[in-house]
Design a protein around this ligand. Structure first.
Ligand SMILES: CC(C)(COP(=O)(O)OP(=O)(O)OC[C@H]1O[C@@H](n2cnc3c(N)ncnc32)[C@H](O)[C@@H]1OP(=O)(O)O)[C@@H](O)C(=O)NCCC(=O)NCCS
Length: 378
């Protein structure tokens, strides 16, 4: 077959398998930048169902493939070995093996970071999980099973890669080729926007004696004296801080990048008496870590307890968290007493794990589960 006939045959096969997608001049330029022309040898193998079809066909009919087209076959030890490799993943189910091989040959899996039977299988599983999670979360955005599933599907969990890690960041590709939103847009970007993007409550929060509001410029004035005090800072994660450092901390906290850090200043009668922070983390953003300080001259009045109770309510009711934890230096008796007052359980006592100000010290992790918190309210 001459080159022109080869090109025409490949183009026809491409349209049969993937449909026809009009390419603009800009699309052509984009594709030329990221892909290379298929060689006649590669095209002959495509027509034989032994190499994936082109990723794109340019508006003048030129079939384009990724620069590493066929590299997987080399890695597998040849095209037959590659075919065998796909089938071997489904030893009791040759039909699925052949179907997956067909998907691979369609060229549609170029959207994967790494094309292999394992990755194809993982991608299919994660897409199914994300789709089921979205259905559950549309009914109840705080559903704990749905949140676990969306977290795993999009971000992954220990030893399970999520779609974000499996798919190539370059997404224009499958939109052009498949004529619709990309897998990344549908199952990573949209669920992340809808379910994994945090929306803060309306500020301020009010309690019996306190007003809790985000950090703002000027708060450093009220905090500088405490942070310069060795005994105050002795059990904190950081050492003492000078006024410039406190101002920088206030600046960072008043402009948090992604909504996962919620820092609130507590005021009583217009005076700053302390602060509380909540950092959202964990699979599907279902856990929060809480922290607190009270200015020394306002200690012993229950302000930290009152502020923390409001933050726990926000954590469980507004953000729908499942757990809130507090990590502290085991020598921090007042902080531990505060955890106990809040009904938190000491879940972990770590021996000598915490390097703080020139020595190793023990640390505690206290935790409160949503069900325990609900039981406290009744
Ligand atoms: C940890 C820290 C916030 C605890 O402060 P605190 O003053 O002990 O806590 P509260 O503001 O909740 O006050 C509780 C005390 O007020 C008393 N109190 C008075 N009125 C009260 C009220 N209306 N409600 C509750 N408690 C009240 C309580 O009995 C308790 O006193 P006690 O400790 O003598 O039993 C404070 O020690 C601190 O800022 N330390 C330095 C920073 C730090 O270590 N942060 C934690 C890092 S993990």
């Amino acid at each position: 077959m001459g080159d022109d006939a080869l090109i025409e045959a490949v183009r026809r096969r491409y349209v049969e398998v993937n449909g026809k997608h009009a390419m603009t001049g800009a699309d052509d330029a984009y594709v030329r930048e990221h892909f290379v022309e298929a060689t006649p040898e590669a095209m002959a193998l495509m027509l034989d169902d032994r190499l994936p079809l082109p990723s794109y066909v340019l508006s003048d009919g030129t079939p384009m493939v990724p620069a590493d087209h066929g590299r997987l076959a080399e890695v597998a030890g040849g095209l037959d070995a590659l075919h065998g490799w796909f089938l071997a993943f489904w030893p009791d189910d040759p039909e699925t093996g052949e179907a997956e091989w067909g998907h691979y040959l369609s060229g549609q899996y170029v959207c994967l970071e790494e094309v292999s039977p394992v990755r194809i299988r993982q991608k299919a599983a994660r897409v199914a999980e994300a789709s089921a999670a979205v259905e559950i979360l549309r009914r109840d955005p705080h559903d704990e099973i749905g949140r676990g599933m969306i977290g795993e599907a999009v971000d992954g969990v220990l030893a399970v890669p999520g779609l974000d890690a499996l798919l190539l960041p370059m997404t224009a590709y499958d939109r052009l080729r498949l004529g619709g939103p990309t897998v990344r847009e549908t199952w990573v970007d949209a669920p992340r926007r809808e379910f994994l993007t945090l929306v803060a409550p309306v500020w301020p929060l009010r309690t019996e004696r306190l007003l809790l509001r985000p950090f703002q410029a000027g708060d450093e004035v009220a905090m500088a004296e405490a942070w310069a005090d060795e005994s105050y800072a002795s059990l904190l994660l950081t050492g003492t801080q000078n006024p410039a450092e406190v101002a920088e901390m206030v600046r960072r906290r008043s402009d948090p990048a992604d909504g996962m850090f919620v820092g609130l200043v507590a005021e009583h009668d217009g005076e700053v008496v302390g602060d509380t922070i909540l950092v959202l983390q964990g699979t599907g953003l279902t856990e929060g870590e809480i922290g607190w300080t009270v200015m020394p001259r306002h200690a012993g009045r229950g302000y930290a307890t009152e502020a923390a109770r409001a933050v726990l309510r926000m954590a469980f009711e507004h953000y729908g968290l499942r757990r809130v934890v507090a990590n502290l230096d085991a020598r921090n008796d007042r902080s531990a007493a505060l955890c106990e007052r809040l009904g938190m359980r000491r879940e972990v006592h770590r021996l000598g794990d915490f390097w703080s100000k020139g020595r190793w010290t023990d640390s505690y992790e206290y935790a409160l589960h949503r069900d325990e918190w609900r039981a406290q309210q009744s």
